[in-house]
Ligand binder design. Structure first.
Ligand SMILES: O=C(O)COP(=O)(O)O
Ligand SMILES: [Mg+2]
Length: 309
């Protein structure tokens, strides 16, 4: 039995040691705090405990379906008060990439969005006009002779396709997105996140990575993914919040995004919770495919429940 393997938070002593080790906690959302509209047990109490201990809380989600502003409302609906500047999404990270790395010109260059409002809203705040996305005309069955996105030709101002999770994925959206991707170097290809699956209460559904893979397959192109575990996203957060990495802990439910993000970003620690995608077996498994977390717990709420014992 090695003492270097992941440590399970299953006693008051380990919970206390965990809390003492960090000043800032970066929380993944889906599978850690909630599953859809279902708040996981003792989450509010855990966040209140951390706040009362003077810890800094940051929320880092690969879910691009909502903007940061919309997330503050989702938190409020659970009775949790979170400021917009505490939230980072893969939609926002993608918009930052369009602005700071691709350097597209707001007001001139346009973006075709395959995904939900969380992408277009963040790009819109930076001054980019977005096409596609949740435009209801894309809900119509696809006919290339009548699609309003094709009959007058493609918009030559579109310089980038940003693709993410889209619960309204259909052939019309895929077909038009592919037309833009076929323009090669003229149109960049950005993916919000690689997550193959998406946890909901009692179900595992297809994730953004599975939607984006369809476009990647059809176009023969590989997108640049901007969400966790991309280090640009972490660097944006570290500089915006002036974080000391050694005192930060990344808390997540997925090894190849959340835990990789924390390990590659050289954060002080990582905590894997088992309320979303991964199992205890996977947490402990030694594999080339993914790193192991420093800590793991059945659920995040155990930190509160064990501390209060
Ligand atoms: O939407 C996703 O793919 C996952 O979102 P999460 O990073 O909050 O788990
Ligand atoms: Mg998650």
């Amino acid at each position: 039995m090695t003492t270097d393997g992941p440590m399970k938070i299953d006693s008051k002593a380990v919970a206390q040691e965990f809390l003492d080790s960090f000043d800032t906690f970066l929380f993944d959302c889906d599978g850690v705090l909630w599953l859809g509209t279902h708040l996981l047990p003792s989450i509010r109490e855990t966040l209140e405990l951390l706040n009362s201990l003077g810890k800094q809380l940051v929320f880092v989600t690969n879910n691009s379906t909502k903007s940061r502003a919309a997330y503050t409302k989702k938190f409020a609906s659970f009775g949790i008060s979170v400021r917009e500047d505490q939230i980072f999404t893969s939609g926002y990270a993608s918009a930052v990439y369009v602005r700071d790395f691709l350097k597209l010109e707001p007001g001139t260059d346009k973006v075709w969005v395959f995904g939900e409002s969380g992408i277009s809203e963040e790009l819109g705040l930076m001054g980019y006009e977005c096409l596609g996305g949740s435009d209801p005309r894309l809900d119509e069955p696809f006919d290339h002779k009548s699609s309003p996105f094709l009959v007058d030709g493609l918009d030559p101002a579109v310089r980038c396709v940003v693709a993410g999770l889209d619960s309204k994925i259909n052939y019309h959206r895929l077909a038009v997105s592919l037309q833009y991707l076929q323009k090669g170097d003229q149109v960049h290809f950005v993916g919000t996140n690689v997550d193959s699956t998406f946890p909901q209460k009692g179900f595992i559904f297809p994730g953004a990575g599975s939607c984006i893979a369809s476009l990647a397959c059809a176009s023969g192109r590989t997108p640049t993914y901007c969400g966790k575990p991309n280090m640009n996203m972490l660097n944006t957060i570290v500089s915006a919040k002036k974080l000391d990495r050694s005192r930060c802990c990344m808390v997540g439910d997925r090894l190849n995004t959340d835990i990789k993000f924390g390990v590659e970003g050289e954060l002080g620690g990582t905590l894997l919770v088992l309320t979303g995608i991964e199992t205890e077996e996977r947490a402990l498994e030694v594999s080339q495919e993914h790193p192991n977390p420093r800590y793991y717990a059945e659920k995040l709420g155990d930190v509160y429940e064990l501390t209060m014992r």
